[in-house]
Design a protein around this ligand. Structure first.
Ligand code: NAI
Length: 327
């Protein structure tokens, strides 16, 4: 029997945590042959609710779940951790400036980065879900100098899945007919969902839709889908976010299918003119457990402008975080 993989979930008592933990414990994160031990990290006020979730996990009698630890101490949570899903974050509240938001999150992600640096297993893989996800991942990575930077990633897979669904709906094709779609940049309203390199049944996706739809409906709909969910559901997306986190980690560990790619925010090596070192979304494949940027794609003028705008936002966030002494 294989040893259990230690999976840390921060913000475990929150709504994404509730949608995520049962799927991890059922084997959907790592596959049906890998037992998991869950580590739930919460703030002190969240510990009791996390204990309640643990009771329910127990009641599912998942054969792959080998144990659950609950703590409010990051060092304890990340000791020996193999996978970290960093979901808990400080949300933007009314009147909060970007600097305040980044500072508050620095107070969460820098200590978690230090805890990862101190005790995580050598194969640690981090996915940051909590917003502002890309820059929170950068903060955590900077606080973990002994962990290779490429182990810190941020989630744009929900945006990717939203874009797939919108395009499939528009063209009335099954989702499986669509390949090579990309989200570029920041997980924010500036993100750029790229159809110019995407294919539907092997043919250019952009050529099958009109430019007005692409520019005025598709791009804003995908970028503002989070706000649409809040408006209609009365709460922010949770199950779909948890689903995307599962997709991201599953593909990272198990590999992406031949002839296709996915989107993930990973540290830039300067590809496609994206400022080196920021954690930005790219077209990626996973080979032998490592994300690789898909190289050599054509970036037309329309795409260039939008990628540059989102990257500029990430560079500004990095500058703001630097000014706070977090990098
Ligand atoms: P929630 O408010 O329901 O839950 C957050 C939980 O995190 C709470 O239980 C809270 O006690 C806990 N928490 C706060 N600070 C913590 C810390 N320092 N350590 C451990 N736990 C801590 O929020 P929800 O809906 O689960 O969302 C979580 C985050 O995910 C938010 O930042 C949200 O913006 C983000 N998100 C990101 C998406 C993406 O595509 N990247 C999509 C949807 C949400």
């Amino acid at each position: 029997p294989t040893a259990p993989v230690n999976v840390v979930v921060t913000g475990a008592a929150g709504q994404i945590g509730y949608a995520l933990l049962f799927r991890i414990a059922s084997g959907q994160l790592l596959g049906p042959d890998t037992p998991v031990r869950l580590r739930l990290l919460e703030i002190p006020q969240g510990v009791k609710a996390a204990e309640g979730v643990a009771l329910e996990l127990e009641d599912c009698a998942f054969p792959l779940l080998s144990g659950i630890d609950i703590t409010d101490d990051a060092t304890t949570a990340f000791d020996g951790a193999n996978v970290g899903l960093l979901v808990g974050a400080r949300p933007r509240t009314k009147g909060m400036e970007r600097g305040d938001l980044l500072e508050a999150n620095g107070g969460i992600f820098a200590p978690q980065g230090r805890a990862i640096n101190a005790g995580a297993a050598d194969d640690i893989r981090i996915l940051v879900v909590g917003n502002p996800a890309n820059t929170n991942a950068l903060i955590a990575s900077a606080a973990a100098p002994d962990v290779p930077a490429e182990r810190f990633t941020a989630m744009t897979r929900l945006d990717h899945n939203r874009a797939l669904a919108q395009l499939a709906g528009k063209l009335s094709v099954p989702l499986t007919d669509i390949k090579k779609l990309t989200i570029w940049g920041n997980h924010s309203a500036t993100q750029y969902p790229d159809l110019y390199n995407a294919e539907v049944n092997g043919k250019s996706a952009a050529e099958q839709v009109d430019e007005a739809w692409l520019r005025d409906e598709f791009i804003p709909r995908v970028a503002k889908r989070g706000a649409e969910i809040i408006e209609v559901r009365g709460a922010s997306s949770a199950a779909s976010a948890a689903n995307a986190a599962i997709d991201h980690v599953y593909d990272w560990v198990n590999g992406t299918p031949e002839g296709d790619w996915v989107s993930a925010a990973i540290p830039s090596d300067g590809s496609y003119g994206v400022a080196e070192g920021i954690i930005s979304s790219f077209p990626v494949t996973s080979v032998n457990g490592e994300w690789k940027i898909v190289e050599g794609l054509e970036v037309n003028e329309f795409s260039r402008e939008r990628i540059d705008a989102s990257v500029a936002e990430l560079v500004e966030e990095r500058e703001a975080v630097k000014a706070l002494g977090l990098l």
